[in-house]
Design a protein around this ligand. Structure first.
Ligand code: UD1
Ligand code: UDP
Length: 373
C-alpha cells in the first residue's frame, strides 16, 4: 500500500508523526507532502528536526494568504503531486486550510481520504476551521474520530460508514515525547522558572487576534494575571500586537515572559510543569488534560467538549473578571485545583496511530479502501 500524508502546520506535524511511525514499523514508507502553510523555522522545521521527520518528498511552499488564496494554491499544488504519485490513500489531520485543500484535491482524483481527528465540531460556523472540518469529513472515506462524542457529531450529519473511534494521536505524541522533553529541555532554567510557579499562555485564533477589541482584552487579561506567565507568541499574533502598539506594553510587564514560538520539547516541558494553562489552542486543551494541568480556555466555545465534561478545562472567554476569578480560585482553592488537575484524559491510550494503520491496512487488503460510488 502507498499512503500519502498531506500536512502544513505545526499541530499537523505533531499529531501525524505517530501515524507515520506506525506505518514505518510495518515496513511501509509513506509519501510526505508539506504544503508550507507554516514556514518559519519555529513553526515548522523545528518540529521536523525534533520529531525526526526526515525525507519530506514535496515541499509545496504555499505560504500565507487569504482563506481562498491559500486553500486554492494548496489544492492546485497538491493535485499536481497526487496525479504524479497516485497514492492508495491520503491522510490529513485536523481542520486547517491544508486539510480542506488536501481532502478536496484527493477525493476528486478518486483517491480515498482518511481524516485523522474527524467529527470535531464547535458549532460555530464563523470559524474557518469549522468549515474545513465539516467539508473534510464529508469528503472522506475513512473517518478516525478521537472520541464517541466526535462519532456522534458525524452520525448527526449522516456519516455512519467508515467511522472508527480510535482516540487522538496527541496522546501518542505526548507519551512518546514527554520523557525526552523532561530530559533534554532546559527551558525552565532558561527563563529562571520553578515547577508549578508559573502559567503558560498561548493565543492565535482568528477571533482573538483579528479583532483589535478582543486582542486588547487579551492583553489586559495577561497584564492582570497574579502569577508569572510565559507567552510563546504565534507569528500571527506577534504581527497584530506590534501593529496595535500592544507588544511593548506586554514586554514592559515584569511578570510576563514573551518569547518566540517554542519547539515541541521545550513547550511540552513548560506545559507539564506549569501551574495553569491559558489558551485558545485546540491541541493545547487536549495536552493539558493529558499532562494533568488545569486549562482555562480563552474562547466561548470548544470543539473539545470532552475536556470540559471531564472537568479539566473551563471556557473562560475573554472577560477579564471571569478569567482572573478562575486563576485565583486555582491558586487559592486546593481542592478545586486538584479536581481539575486530576480530570481523566478522554483521548485514549496513546495507541491511536497504530490502530489507524491496522484499520487502513485491513481495508486495503479487503479492497475496500476506495472512493465509493
Ligand atoms: C492555522 C490554522 C489553525 C491552526 C493553526 C496552528 C487555518 C484556517 N488555520 O492558523 O486552525 O490552529 O494554523 O498554529 O488553516 N505566519 C507567519 N509564519 C508562519 C506561518 C504564519 O508569519 O510560518 C503568519 C502570517 O502572517 C499568516 C498568519 O500567520 O498570514 C496566519 O497563518 P495561517 O497559516 O493562515 O493561519 P494560522 O493562524 O497559523
Ligand atoms: N506548541 C509548540 N510550541 C509552542 C506552542 C504550541 O510546540 O510555542 C504545540 C503544542 O504543544 C501543541 C500544538 O503546538 O501540540 C498546538 O498547535 P497550535 O496551538 O498552533 O494549533 P491548534 O492545536 O490550535 O490547531
Amino acid at each position: 500500500m502507498k499512503p500519502a500524508f498531506i500536512f502544513g502546520t505545526r499541530p499537523e506535524i505533531i499529531k501525524l508523526v505517530p501515524v507515520i511511525r506506525a506505518f514505518e514499523k510495518r515496513g511501509l514508507k509513506p509519501l510526505l507532502i508539506h504544503t508550507g502553510q507554516h514556514y518559519d523555522y519555529e513553526m515548522s522545521k523545528v518540529f521536523l528536526e525534533e520529531l525526526e521527520l526526515r525525507g519530506i518528498n514535496y515541499h509545496l511552499e504555499v505560504g500565507s494568504g487569504t482563506q481562498a488564496y491559500q486553500t486554492g494554491i494548496a489544492m492546485i499544488k497538491i493535485e499536481e503531486v497526487l496525479m504524479k504519485e497516485d497514492p492508495d490513500v491520503t491522510l490529513v489531520q485536523g481542520d486547517t486550510n491544508t486539510v480542506l485543500a488536501g481532502a478536496l484535491a484527493s477525493v476528486k482524483l478518486k483517491i480515498p481520504v482518511a481524516h485523522v481527528e474527524a467529527g470535531l465540531r464547535s458549532f460555530d460556523r464563523t470559524m474557518p476551521e469549522e468549515i474545513n472540518r465539516i467539508l473534510a469529513d464529508h469528503a472522506s472515506e475513512v473517518l478516525f474520530a478521537p472520541t464517541e462524542e466526535a462519532r456522534k457529531n458525524l452520525e448527526r450529519e449522516g456519516i455512519i460508514e467508515g467511522v472508527y473511534v480510535v482516540g487522538n494521536t496527541i496522546v501518542d505524541a505526548v507519551f512518546q515525547n514527554s520523557e525526552i522533553a523532561e530530559r533534554k529541555s532546559k527551558i525552565l532554567e532558561k527563563f529562571g522558572l520553578k515547577p508549578k510557579e508559573y502559567a503558560v499562555l498561548t493565543a492565535h485564533r482568528a477571533e482573538n487576534t483579528d479583532s483589535a477589541e478582543n486582542l486588547k482584552k487579551l492583553v489586559e487579561i495577561i497584564e492582570s494575571l497574579p502569577i508569572p506567565v510565559v507567552y510563546p507568541v504565534h507569528p500571527r499574533t506577534e504581527k497584530r500586537l506590534k501593529d496595535l502598539g500592544l507588544w511593548e506594553r506586554l514586554k514592559a510587564k515584569d511578570h510576563v515572559i514573551l518569547t518566540k514560538p517554542l519547539g515541541y520539547l521545550d513547550f511540552l516541558k513548560l506545559q507539564k510543569n506549569a501551574k495553569i494553562v491559558l489558551t485558545d489552542s485546540g491541541g493545547i486543551q487536549e495536552e493539558s488534560i493529558i499532562l494533568s494541568v488545569p486549562c482555562l480556555t480563552l474562547r466561548y466555545n470548544t470543539e473539545r467538549p470532552e475536556t470540559i465534561k471531564a472537568g479539566g478545562n473551563v471556557l473562560v472567554g475573554l472577560e477579564k473578571e471571569r478569567v482572573i476569578h478562575y486563576v485565583e480560585r486555582l491558586l487559592n482553592d486546593e481542592e478545586f485545583y486538584s479536581r481539575m488537575a486530576n480530570a481523566e484524559n478522554p483521548f485514549g491510550d496513546g495507541r491511536s496511530g497504530e490502530r489507524m494503520v491496522d484499520i487502513l491496512l485491513s481495508l486495503y487488503e479487503k479492497g475496500e479502501l476506495r472512493v465509493k460510488s
